[in-house]
Each structure stands twice: as structure tokens, then as C-alpha cells.
Design a protein around this ligand. Structure first.
Ligand code: ADP
Length: 451
């Protein structure tokens, strides 16, 4: 096992990894940028190392500084968390070359799955259904028109390197196709330095259901069932739950098996997620793999009782998975809501600043993953998430009741947060009945204003 690990991330996920290291009796160092200097979670590590200015390209994304920090700390492994360098295979390669273990999948699997169009090819080879579309990248408008005609409008233009909902455009008719392609390309070029795009049929009100996977370096892969992440705003997840409501058992089983097949096909190990869309007839289609730990991983930890970060660390150290598929069961119902420093009353605009009051919820069935305390100043430079509030109960109805109670207890002053919109969501009848899809938030809660 490793003696010391470096955490190459910030905020709640840095704290989550620090906690896992403590639980395993491993020393832990954490990096920070000048914007995070003095953040309370840094004190919970054995060592904190400043790696540069607030701008991420000069700190959290700066490979040479992070490797140097690992060397200074004497760490044998780096945990990248999510975002930043977590899906960067060049970074993983650099770690390998520096004799440092990257706590994540093998470089080869990252390369195979890192691009959405390449990942779809792997899925097809593993006989996993994919959304119909262009087989590969779009090279010309004329070709795009042909594909769109073949699958039928509406279609979705997607960035191959995409993430966080960027580089995506819905096209409802041929006249809008060319403009959508060029705007998706330029957004992708700006965000990912890669303007390549492909096309998919735009499914009508699908659900987003994803399967959590764990694989070791000895060829064992298990799934830890699914999370439903259909509640999204602008293709960004807001609420996640497990099990997925109203998903037939047979579909769940087939989807989980498909995810395991895909991981084996790619030679995958570590934690990973296979994302699917499920249409109104319960057909499922692979969309992408997230080759890293995800924000919503605690939902699965609650229903399965498996600590995914500890497992990632053990796997990276070369240990065999102790879990077999039959050991893993879904117990009860877990839900997570993302508490972001945003103002839902004003189009979710970011709300950075100092938190004057922070009264977190607690009590039976509640888990709060957060790096925030009263007096904490939310820096404007990074992701706006300040907490993940989770509940776990025997049934979905009980989980809803506990979530309502927890949201009510949660008091935050000094900044605006997404707490009020979550209160509305948990009182909305369609959601209570599990009648959800990826358009739910915009369709039910924010219908376009009549002029
Ligand atoms: P990103 O990596 O940017 O998050 P994804 O490929 O994971 O992009 O898709 C994000 C969300 O976009 C999905 O959860 C879903 O809501 C929507 N989406 C993606 N592909 C389709 C599709 N073919 N049809 C309808 N909605 C889609």
C-alpha cells in the first residue's frame, strides 16, 4: 500500500480524498492555488503545497507543478479527483514516467474512451447499443445533412472532447444545421482545444441513467448498479438518485451487464461510470464513459455500502477486488442534491462571496460532503458547488421526507444558493411520482415566460 498520496484537486473532492486516506492510514498532501490559500479543509491534510496563482491553467491544470509537488511531498501516488486533470491521459502518462501511480484508469483505456466518438466505437464492439447518428466525426456540412436526414430531425451536434454540457447544439431543421455545427465547433475549440464534433439523434425526453463500475488490475470488473441523473439544467446534473425510479428490473440488469462488457472491452480498471440515455420505451443507449470518480459517487456509496475512493486507492496499489458481483446489493434509496453558489431566481448566475451563516443539516439518514464553514469565502475562479447533500432511507418516499427536512434545516447566508430550487423540486408531484426526464427542470419548473 502507498505510504503517502498527493491530492491534485480542491474543495469538497479534495476533502473527500483526504478523508479516505485517513481511513486507510495513509499520509496525505494536498495542493492549493493562491485563491484557496487558508481554506479550512487544507488543515486536515498532513501537508498543503501551493502550486500557483488562482487561474487553473497555472495551478490545478499545471502538470509540471503538480508532479513537482508530489516529489516534494514524497508521495507515491496522485489522486486527481474529478475535473481538472482527472481525464487527461497525458497527465497520467507523465505520472507514470515520473514513477508516480496515477489513481485512475490505465492510460490506454483513457485514450480509448476519452473521446465520445471513439468511446462509441468501443461500445459498438462490445455490442452495447448507442444512439444512432454519424458514425464518427463530421467532416463537412454536406455529410452532416446526409446523416441528419437518415436519422431524422431533431439532431444533436456534440463535441467529441465535450464535457459539462459544452459544445452541444440541438438542431430542429436543416436550415439551422450549418450554423449549429460551426458554433459547436468554436465552443469546443475554446473549451477543449479540440473542435471535432459528431452527430446524434436528439432523443425525445429521455432519462439519464448511469452505471457505476469498479475494475481491478487483474481483469475483474463489477458494477454497483445505477444512478438516475435526469434532473438537469442545461445538461448539468442537479439531483441524482439510486435506484432509478420506475426502471424495470430487466432493463437495469441488461444495462449493468452492458456497462461491464464495455469496461472489459476497453481494458478498464479503477472507478468509472458508463452513461446511458433511456427512452420512453425503456430502450437504453450508451452515450459516454466518465473515466474517473464522479461528483455523484456518494449516492452509490450509500445504497451499496462500498467506499469508492478507498476502492480506487486499493486498486491503484495493485490489490485484487474483494467484492464479487453477488456481494453488491442496492439497499434502500439514496438521493443527492448539489448545493451551488448560484442564484436560481436570477438565471442561476454565480454568487461568489463570503458565507456569513452556515448551518448544515444533520440527523438520521443525512450525509453532507462539503469543504465549507461559516466565514468561508467562495472564490469566483472555480466550480460553484459548495456542498453535496445526501439522504439515505429504506424507501424513496422516506428519502424525500428526510430531504425536505434537511433542506429546511440548511441555512446559508451571505451568498445565494440552489437550496430554494431544490425545495421546489422535492414538492413537485411529477418528481414525487418519478415521472422524470432530462427536460423536467426546464419544462416543469421553468417554462418559458409568455411575452
Ligand atoms: P457532457 O459530457 O457534456 O456532460 P453528455 O454526452 O454526458 O455530455 O450529455 C449530457 C446530457 O445531454 C445528457 O445527460 C442528456 O441530458 C443530454 N443528451 C446527450 N445526448 C443526447 C441525445 N442524443 N438526445 C437527447 N439528449 C441528449
Amino acid at each position: 500500500m502507498f505510504r503517502k498520496i498527493l491530492v491534485a484537486n480542491r474543495g469538497e473532492i479534495a476533502l473527500r480524498v483526504i478523508r479516505a486516506c485517513r481511513d486507510l492510514g495513509i499520509e496525505v498532501a494536498v495542493v492549493y492555488s493562491e485563491a484557496d490559500r487558508g481554506a479550512p479543509y487544507l488543515e486536515l491534510a498532513d501537508q498543503a503545497i501551493c502550486i500557483g496563482p488562482p487561474i487553473a491553467t497555472e495551478s490545478y491544470l499545471k502538470v509540471t507543478r503538480i508532479i513537482a509537488a508530489a516529489e516534494v511531498a514524497g508521495a507515491q501516488a496522485i489522486h486527481p479527483g474529478y475535473g481538472f486533470l482527472s481525464e487527461n491521459s497525458k497527465f497520467a502518462e507523465q505520472c507514470r514516467e515520473s514513477g508516480i501511480e496515477f489513481i485512475g484508469p490505465p492510460v490506454e483505456a483513457m485514450d480509448k474512451l476519452g473521446n465520445k466518438d471513439k468511446a462509441k466505437a468501443v461500445a459498438k464492439a462490445a455490442k452495447v447499443p448507442t444512439v444512432p447518428g454519424s458514425d464518427g466525426l463530421i467532416t463537412s456540412d454536406a455529410e452532416a445533412m446526409k446523416f441528419a436526414k437518415a436519422v431524422g430531425y431533431p439532431v444533436l451536434i456534440k463535441a467529441a472532447a465535450g464535457g459539462g454540457g459544452r459544445g452541444m447544439r440541438v438542431v430542429r431543421e436543416e436550415s439551422g444545421l450549418s450554423a449549429a455545427i460551426s458554433s459547436a465547433k468554436s465552443e469546443a475549440e475554446g473549451a477543449f482545444k479540440d473542435g471535432s464534433v459528431f452527430m446524434e439523434k436528439y432523443l425525445d425526453r429521455p432519462r439519464h441513467v448511469e452505471v457505476q463500475l469498479l475494475g481491478d488490475k487483474h481483469g475483474n470488473v463489477v458494477h454497483l448498479y445505477e444512478r438516475d441523473c435526469s434532473l438537469q439544467r442545461r445538461h448539468q446534473k442537479l439531483v441524482e438518485e439510486s435506484p432509478s425510479p420506475n426502471l424495470p428490473a430487466k432493463v437495469r440488469e441488461k444495462m449493468c451487464e452492458a456497462a461491464v462488457r464495455l469496461a472489459k472491452q476497453a481494458g478498464y480498471y479503477s472507478a468509472g461510470t458508463c452513461e446511458f440515455l433511456v427512452d420512453q420505451e425503456n430502450n437504453f443507449y450508451f452515450i459516454e464513459v466518465n473515466a474517473r470518480i464522479q461528483v455523484e459517487h456518494p449516492v452509490t456509496e450509500l445504497v451499496t455500502g462500498v467506499d469508492l475512493i478507498r476502492e480506487q486507492i486499493r486498486i491503484a496499489a495493485g490489490e485484487k477486488l474483494k467484492l464479487t458481483q453477488k456481494d453488491i446489493v442496492q439497499r434502500g434509496h439514496a438521493i443527492e442534491v448539489r448545493i451551488n453558489a448560484e442564484d436560481p431566481a436570477h438565471d442561476f448566475r454565480p454568487s461568489a462571496g463570503t458565507i456569513t451563516t452556515w448551518r448544515p443539516p444533520g440527523g438520521p439518514g443525512v450525509r453532507l460532503d462539503s469543504h465549507v464553514v461559516a466565514g468561508y469565502k467562495v472564490p469566483p475562479n472555480y466550480d460553484s458547488m459548495v456542498a453535496k447533500l445526501l439522504v439515505h432511507q429504506p424507501t424513496r418516499a422516506e428519502a424525500f421526507a428526510v430531504m425536505r427536512r434537511a433542506l429546511r434545516e440548511f441555512k446559508v447566508e451571505g451568498i445565494k444558493t440552489t437550496i430554494p430550487i431544490h425545495q421546489t423540486i422535492f414538492d413537485t408531484p411529477e418528481f414525487i411520482e418519478g415521472k422524470i426526464d432530462t427536460t423536467f427542470i426546464e419544462r416543469v419548473l421553468m417554462p418559458p415566460k409568455k411575452s
